[in-house]
Write a new protein. Structure first.
Ligand code: ZN
Length: 327
C-alpha cells in the first residue's frame, strides 16, 4: 500500500536530478562557448595587430622598391633640362654663392641658374644617427633637409632643435608614418600632419610648410587617389617634395656605403637640380658612412649643396600643376 508514494517520490527525485544534470550541461556549454569566443577574440585582435604591422613593413619594402623604380624611370625619361629644373626668374648674378656662405637666409634666386644644385634630404628621423649626420654636415658646412616623423622622447626633441639651430630645414614627413592609418582617409592624413605640426610647434616654436608624403606622391599604397591628398595639402598652403635621386637606402636589406655613394653620384649627374632621398634611421648606418664621401665628391664636382626652402622649385612625381589643371 505504501509502495506507490515511495515510487512516486523516487521518480520525482530522478527527474530533479536529470533536470539538474541538464542545467549543469547547459551552463557548462554556455560558459565554455563564452570562454572560447573570448579567447578567439583576443587571439584575433593580436593576430590583426601583427598582420597590420607586417603590412606596414611590407608597404615600406614595396615602396622602397617602387621609389627606386620611379627614380630610375625618371632618370631615363628626363634628360637634364635647365628649363625644367632651373628657377624661372633669371637674374644677372654671374657667380655662384660661395658654399661656405651656406646661410639659410640667402634666396635661391640669387644663385646663378647654371649652378648644379643638390638637395640632400633625410627621411624618417630623428634617430640614433641624427647626431652623426649633423656632425658630418657641420664638418663640411653643408645644409640639408630633414623630413621628420613624430617622436616625443628627449633625444628626439633635442634633435629637432639641433636641426633648426644648425641651419637645416626641419620639414614634415608624418607623425605615425603608418601607411595603413594615414592613407585611410583625407581626414586621417590631415590629423596625422596636424599632430606632427603641433609637436614641432611645441618643441622648436614653428613648423614648416614643406612636406614629403610617406612613399612619395606616386605611392601605390593609398586606396584613395593621391591627387585628392595633393589638392588638400595644396589648399592648406603646403608644398610637397618628392625626389629624383634615390640613394637606395630605403631597402630593408643592408646596402653598402659604396652602392649608396654610386647611386647618389651617378643619379646627380642626370639633373641640374637633384633632390636626393636618404634616410635618417637607426639601422641605416651605411648612409652615414657614405655621407662624407658623397659630400666631398659633390663639392669637388662643383655642385652647390642646399637646404630645401620655400624658394626651391619642387621635384614632384605627380606635379601639383597637373593635378590642379585637371580639376
Ligand atoms: Zn618615410
Amino acid at each position: 500500500m505504501s509502495d506507490k508514494p515511495i515510487k512516486g517520490m523516487r521518480e520525482v527525485d530522478r527527474r530533479r536530478k536529470r533536470v539538474n544534470r541538464l542545467k549543469k550541461t547547459i551552463l557548462f556549454t554556455v560558459f565554455f562557448w563564452m570562454l572560447f569566443s573570448l579567447t578567439a577574440i583576443i587571439f584575433l585582435i593580436f593576430k590583426c595587430h601583427a598582420l597590420d604591422n607586417k603590412l606596414d613593413k611590407f608597404n615600406d619594402f614595396f615602396l622602397s622598391a617602387s621609389d627606386n623604380i620611379n627614380t630610375n624611370n625618371d632618370e631615363k625619361r628626363k634628360e637634364p633640362n635647365p628649363d625644367e629644373t632651373g628657377d624661372e626668374e633669371n637674374d644677372d648674378s654671374s657667380s655662384a654663392l660661395n658654399e661656405e656662405d651656406g646661410d639659410s637666409d640667402i634666396s635661391e634666386d640669387d644663385i646663378d641658374e647654371n649652378v648644379k644644385r643638390v638637395y640632400l634630404t633625410f627621411d624618417d628621423g630623428p634617430s640614433a644617427n641624427t647626431d652623426r649626420i649633423l656632425e658630418i654636415l657641420k664638418e663640411y658646412n653643408v645644409k640639408a633637409t630633414f623630413f621628420v616623423v613624430g617622436k616625443t622622447d628627449e633625444h628626439s626633441k633635442e634633435m629637432y632643435q639641433k636641426i633648426v639651430d644648425e641651419g637645416h630645414t626641419l620639414a614634415l614627413h608624418s607623425y605615425s608614418h603608418r601607411y595603413s592609418d594615414i592613407y585611410r582617409s583625407l581626414d586621417a592624413y590631415q590629423e596625422d600632419i596636424n599632430k606632427l605640426k603641433d609637436l614641432l610647434d611645441d618643441v622648436v616654436g614653428y613648423s614648416s610648410n614643406i612636406i614629403r608624403f610617406p612613399g612619395g606622391s606616386s605611392n601605390q599604397v593609398s586606396n584613395i587617389d593621391m591627387k585628392e591628398f595633393i589638392k588638400m595639402i595644396n589648399d592648406e598652403g603646403y608644398v610637397y617634395f618628392d625626389w629624383n635621386v634615390a640613394s637606395g637606402d630605403a631597402t630593408n636589406d643592408v646596402i653598402t656605403k659604396e652602392d649608396i655613394y654610386n647611386n647618389v653620384i651617378d643619379g646627380c649627374k642626370n639633373f641640374k637640380s637633384s633632390v636626393v632621398l636618404m634616410h635618417d634611421a637607426n639601422n641605416k648606418s651605411t648612409t652615414v658612412e657614405a655621407l662624407p664621401d658623397i659630400i666631398e665628391k659633390l663639392l669637388e664636382e662643383e655642385y652647390m649643396i642646399l637646404p630645401i626652402t620655400e624658394d626651391t622649385k619642387p621635384v614632384q612625381h605627380i606635379s601639383v600643376e597637373k593635378v590642379l589643371e585637371n580639376q
